[in-house]
Write a protein that binds this ligand. Structure first.
Ligand code: GTP
Length: 221
C-alpha cells in the first residue's frame, strides 16, 4: 500500500488493489480480507529498539485498522459494499468482529475486511488470516505479497532460486520457508486450508488465483 514512498498509503496503489479485489468480487466470489499494517507501523523495528512485544504488537494492530478503513473507502469507490470488523472493539470506528455477522455480510454480497489481527499480541497478521479463514469456512487463503510465490531460497539475493508450483505444509515448515509463520501454517494444515501465494503487483493475479488458474505457489497437503 505504501508504493514508492515505502511508508503510509499511496492513493494510486490503494485504488489499484481495490480494483483487483473488485474485479474478483464481480466473478461472484465471497471475499474476506485480512490486511497487515507494516506500511503504517512495523512492530519489529520498535522491538529491536527495546520496546516490549505486546506494546509494539498492539501498535501494529492499530495500523491494520488504518489500512482497513482506507481499503473500505477504496472498495466502495469501486461500487463494492464493504464492512470492516475489528478484533479489538472500537465501536465508533467499525463493527466488532462477530463471526455470524461476517457470514451474513458475505451472504449479502459484501466484502468483509477483518482488522486488528486476532486482537492478541504475539500473533501475526498471517495467523489472523488463517484463523478467520478457518472460522468462516473459507475454501482458500490467497496470500498476496511482493514475490511471485515460494522459492527454495531468496529470489532477491540468489539468481538461481527456483520457484515451487506446489509445496506441502510440512515441507514449508521443515525447510523453514518464509511463506507464513509456523503458527499460521500449522493452523492451515490442521484445517486443510490451501494457501495460494502470489505477487499482488502483477495486474490480474488475484482474479487468476480466484479462477483456479496457475499462479504463484499452492501450499496444500
Ligand atoms: P444487515 O443488517 O445485515 O443489512 O447489515 P448492515 O451492516 O447493513 O446493517 P447494520 O445496521 O448492522 O449496519 C449499518 C452500518 O453501520 C454498516 O455500515 C455497518 O458497518 C455499521 N455498523 C454496524 N455496527 C457497527 C458498530 O458497532 N460500530 C460502527 N462504527 N459501525 C457499525
Amino acid at each position: 500500500m505504501a508504493g514508492k514512498e515505502g511508508f503510509g498509503i499511496n492513493a494510486q496503489v490503494l485504488q489499484e488493489v481495490a480494483q483487483e479485489i473488485a474485479a474478483t468480487h464481480r466473478l461472484g466470489l465471497q471475499i474476506g480480507i485480512v490486511i497487515g499494517g507494516g506500511n503504517i507501523i512495523r512492530g519489529e523495528k520498535y522491538q529491536a529498539q527495546g520496546m516490549d512485544r505486546a506494546s509494539s504488537d498492539y501498535m501494529g494492530m492499530l495500523g491494520t485498522v488504518i489500512n482497513a478503513l482506507a481499503l473500505q473507502n477504496a472498495l466502495e469507490k469501486e461500487g463494492i459494499p464493504t464492512r470492516v470488523q475489528t478484533a479489538i472493539e472500537m465501536a465508533e470506528i467499525a463493527e466488532p468482529y462477530i463471526r455470524r455477522k461476517a457470514i451474513r455480510h458475505f451472504e449479502k454480497n459484501r466484502v468483509v475486511i477483518f482488522a486488528a489481527g486476532t486482537g492478541n499480541p504475539f500473533f501475526t497478521t498471517d495467523t489472523a488470516a488463517a484463523l478467520r479463514a478457518a472460522e468462516i469456512n473459507a475454501d482458500v487463503i490467497m496470500k498476496a505479497t511482493k514475490v511471485d510465490g515460494v522459492y527454495n531460497k531468496d529470489p532477491m539475493k540468489y539468481a538461481d532460486a527456483v520457484k515451487y508450483d506446489r509445496i506441502s505444509y510440512m515441507e514449508v515448515i521443515s525447510l523453514g520457508l518464509g511463506v507464513m509463520d509456523h503458527t499460521a501454517i500449522t493452523l492451515c494444515k490442521e484445517n486443510k486450508l490451501p494457501i495460494i501465494t502470489f505477487n499482488l503487483n502483477t495486474p490480474g493475479n488475484v482474479q487468476k488465483a480466484a479462477k483456479g488458474e496457475s499462479v504463484g505457489t499452492l501450499v496444500a497437503n
